[in-house]
Design a protein. Structure first.
Length: 298
């Protein structure tokens, strides 16, 4: 008995070399993953951090100290006050919010109705329409910009809020794809039961389809709003009036007048960055949830 216990204590099973190599590869893989993740995070956040530091410094302090040094006081908000007043950021925020809200409502309604028709109905030219949506995504937008600019002029909405609204409200293949993936999870028997009760297609869409598409709608609305808030090209090209300036175009005008005042420019950049960043951070869980729900069929 004592000999058996001694053998059990001294016996150590040999770990197969294959298992050791897999453990080593997994360990190395984790190291590479964390190194790459740290580098990518640094590339994204270090420039933002430098801009934040610069927004609380004076021009003299910015010239005398290192960009990585902390400001002498984080209570120095004169740069933010000047950017808000002289850069018309408050008016730009109001125009941006109005543009985002109207665009999201129109885009949400148009996208859900388009996906509903393409998913539930069979008709001629259905595949052609889907291919046209795909072609619109493949063709570079700048190649069709002249034709779009002429169309906006012909409609008489140039230099009004209606010009970017018409552009932003238009749906795209990504929205159609996500909505159609959600519609695949909604049983057609719900439509048939409602039709037996005398409901029209409009009533079915309003009472059944649209409420069930709210997770996808929330996801697409958040992505669309962040895109609109950060867009400069469309807003500056189709709304050149100073009264219609948004946050992005207000920052562009502020840069042209304060090109030598780096501290105020940093403050203006942070003011423009904050709304979309806060909006995305607060609602990011809905974005990933909506994308995952749409990718997996129930």
């Amino acid at each position: 008995m004592e000999r058996t216990q001694l053998l059990k204590q001294t016996y150590k099973p040999e770990v197969p070399s294959r298992t050791r190599s897999m453990s080593t590869q997994r360990f190395v893989g984790h190291i590479v993953y964390y190194v790459l993740f740290t580098l990518m995070a640094a590339i994204v956040f270090v420039p933002i951090l430098l801009v934040v530091f610069g927004s609380f410094k004076t021009n003299l302090e910015l010239a005398e100290t290192s960009p990585f040094s902390l400001p002498r006081s984080f209570l120095h908000i004169d740069n933010y006050v000047s950017a808000l007043k002289e850069g018309n950021m408050i008016r730009g925020l109001g125009n941006s919010v109005l543009l985002v809200v109207l665009s999201m409502l129109g885009n949400m309604l148009l996208g859900t109705m388009t996906a509903y028709v393409l998913n539930r109905f069979q008709f001629r030219m259905k595949k052609v329409i889907l291919m046209m949506f795909m072609a619109a995504m493949i063709i570079p937008a700048y190649t069709t910009e002249i034709a779009r600019f002429q169309l906006i002029h012909a409609l008489g909405v140039y230099n009004t809020l209606g010009a970017p609204l018409l552009i932003y409200i238009g749906t795209d293949i990504m929205q159609i794809y996500i909505y159609m993936q959600f519609l695949e999870k909604i049983s057609v028997q719900l439509d048939e039961s409602a039709m037996l009760d005398g409901a029209s297609y409009v009533r079915i869409f309003r009472s059944i389809i649209f409420p069930l598409l709210l997770p996808a709608t929330a996801t697409l609305a958040i992505l669309k709003s962040v895109t609109i808030m950060n867009d400069i090209f469309v807003q500056q090209l189709y709304m050149p009036s100073a009264k219609l300036a948004t946050l992005a175009t207000s920052l562009t005008a502020f840069v042209s007048t304060r090109s030598s005042d780096l501290s105020q420019l940093c403050a203006g950049i942070i003011i423009v960055l904050l709304p979309s960043a806060i909006f995305y951070i607060v609602f990011q869980r809905y974005i990933f949830k909506g994308l995952m729900d749409g990718a997996v069929k129930g």
